[in-house]
Design a protein around this ligand. Structure first.
Ligand code: SAM
Length: 293
């Protein structure tokens, strides 16, 4: 269906107020680089809801969290895919998991916790779960939890259903499709073994919440939409949530340059990953290059 564009007038002042409201509550910066996206989506929203002006919209969304959330859904970018950056999953398989196995082998319970922060419709946490199933030795001997959070309820309800179109499985190998998905009349559904490893939770990264410690945090293609100040505050919280020796993973074009956190940056082939040192290690912030075995 064609989106409903409105003829309602939006003044610069109204646009500015809407931008500020979104930034304050959800960290998303709709600056000049996203101007076209912002004003088109906003006009579509006004048209769909038959709202006459920016001032009316502001009154509605300020008076009701539900209305604010509905507007926000319209302004989120939720692009994602399975195994979006193959090098990251290669790093998980060949570097991060072997290290965790060595560090935690004798622990009882042998727990492994991973956070996919900004998981969108679930392809990222499913890719993590598939990687764990396929490459963690004695996977059944581990207590595995993948926490997958997002601000968008709509994206999370898609993720919870776990049904995907064939075209979105193009980077999933045939063997993995056969092992980890079943076919339904609506598409390919992740099997219960994968689904049970993941807890989907609605969460705004701006609001501090305590979910315990993680061996690995994926926050790919999320912080790039936030202002520098918000990004730093959220990164500090991620840092605190990482286990010593834990890893932090960003999207392909994102880096932690200019961030003063005690993290080693490790280049593995095509990707840069970050590790929180264990307390016995000297602090280092130098990047270094490693070959994957
Ligand atoms: C571009 S998608 C990235 C999805 C996935 N991580 C990937 O790289 O394929 C960005 C996600 O961040 C979520 N997001 C944006 N602002 C957020 C916030 N303040 N708190 C939590 N999630 C947020 C969006 O809803 C969206 O699903």
């Amino acid at each position: 269906m064609k989106p409903h564009l409105t003829t309602a007038q939006l003044t610069e002042a109204e646009l500015g107020e809407i931008r500020t409201l979104i930034e304050q509550r959800s960290a998303i910066l709709l600056d000049s680089s996203r101007e076209r996206f912002f004003s088109t989506r906003l006009r579509e929203y006004l048209g769909e809801k038959h709202i006459e002006s920016g001032t009316e919209l502001l009154q509605i969304v300020r008076a009701s969290v539900t209305e604010y959330d509905a507007l926000l859904e319209q302004l989120l970018t939720q692009e994602t895919s399975f195994f979006r950056y193959p090098a990251v999953y290669e790093a998980l398989r060949k570097k991060i998991l072997p290290e965790v196995q060595e560090r935690k082998f004798w622990q009882d319970p042998r727990a492994l916790r991973i956070w996919s922060a900004g998981c969108s419709t679930g392809e990222e946490p499913c890719s993590i779960a598939i990687t764990l199933c396929d490459s963690l030795k004695f996977a059944e001997a581990w207590e595995i939890e993948i926490l997958a959070t997002d601000i968008s309820r709509r994206a999370l309800s898609h993720a919870e259903r776990g049904i995907y179109a064939k075209r979105s499985l193009q980077d999933v190998s045939l063997g993995q499709v056969e092992t980890h998905f079943s076919t339904t009349k609506h598409g390919y559904q992740v099997k219960p073994r994968i689904r049970k490893m993941i807890s989907f939770v609605q969460m705004n990264l701006v609001e501090p919440a305590y979910f315990g410690k993680f061996d690995c945090i994926f926050c790919m293609n999320v912080l790039m939409y936030f202002s520098e100040k918000r990004r730093l505050a959220i990164l500090r919280r991620f840092y605190d949530a990482l286990e010593p020796g834990g890893y932090f993973l960003l999207g392909h074009s994102e880096t932690l340059s200019n961030v003063s956190l005690n993290l080693e940056s490790i280049r593995l082939g095509d990707c840069l990953i970050y590790r929180k040192p264990v307390s016995s290690e000297a602090p280092r912030m130098l990047a270094f290059v490693e070959e994957l075995p």
